[in-house]
Design a protein around this ligand. Sequence first.
Ligand SMILES: *Cc1c(COP(=O)(O)O)cnc(C)c1O
Length: 349
Amino acid sequence: MSIVFDINNVVRDSVKILKPYSSARDEYVSDGSEMIFLDANENPYDNGVNRYPDPYQRSLKSVLAEQKGISESNMMLGNGSDEVLDLIFRAFCEPNQDNIITLPPTYGMYKVLSGINAVENREVLLTSDFEPDVPEILKNVDDKTKLVFICSPNNPTGNAFQKEAIQRLLESFHGLVVIDEAYIDFAQEESWLARLKEYPNLIVTQTLSKAYGLAGIRLGICYASEEIIAVLNKIKPPYNVNQLTQQRALERVMDPNIVEVEVQQILKEREALIDALQGLSFVEKIFPTDANFVLVKVDNANKRYQQLLEKQVVVRNRSNQPLCENTLRFTVGTPEENNTLIAILKQLD
Ligand SMILES: *Cc1c(COP(=O)(O)O)cnc(C)c1O
């Protein structure tokens, strides 16, 4: 099936006519030869970070591109996914005019960003088994609907959504479908990255904050068609990914075995945690998970949350989210942390 999609129908007019800031590092691109750089008003004395970073993060992108089997021109990097998501709003959503669709219970940033950008957020609840309600989503679409946010695996529920539902959305909705794959490295499911060529209206976001263990350096990744990436590159702050982040990210992605070993360990601990939770009298339901956390329905979430705090364990109480009454979200820790947690849980009364 071929998708009818014209990027000119979704880019804001102000972005279309924008002439982007041209940085020193845009106007002269180093080819590696020894030059004297007197073009950016930097301090010339070398301390490792006295120069502006590469605005397009070419070294990092080339490694990522090879590992993900995708071209660098299909990739934009940001200061965490949070920046990537904000840039998507700013590129495509006209304030006080356009709208987006989100599927609660889900990641809270989509709603916050819609508020910051003055874009109406139409909420279509997931079904009771935490799947997208595609007919209801399509009912809420009008000609001002620019984005639908799909978080898969979903935070806080943990499940990856059924492929068919996402596919139907991609084929029926003529705005952009943003699939947030922050937890994809923990899932059995294949990334939607492999389907980018098929769907010109698809944006996939990933992050180094979870499986890659680099939440502190802030690096988010956006994958999309060359046209979409060109728009995002045009509006991003020129030096949005700092030098230290580019270096640390590069070191980490060049050593994918360490990431794989840690992911496997976390998955093993996740199963041990689920086993232990199953034997607890106050646990009412353990929701299926494809992520590095488990959502659990308990008898009294506020009480259990407080009891854990008193034992120096901080979990997330998700009870105020729709469909998540009396739920706690447990992130999977190290084996030692996990054993401590399990021992504490067994003693709660
Ligand atoms: C943790 C998380 C992110 C990561 O955001 P960063 O800004 O890259 O740290 C993105 N999306 C979801 C759903 C998350 O849970």
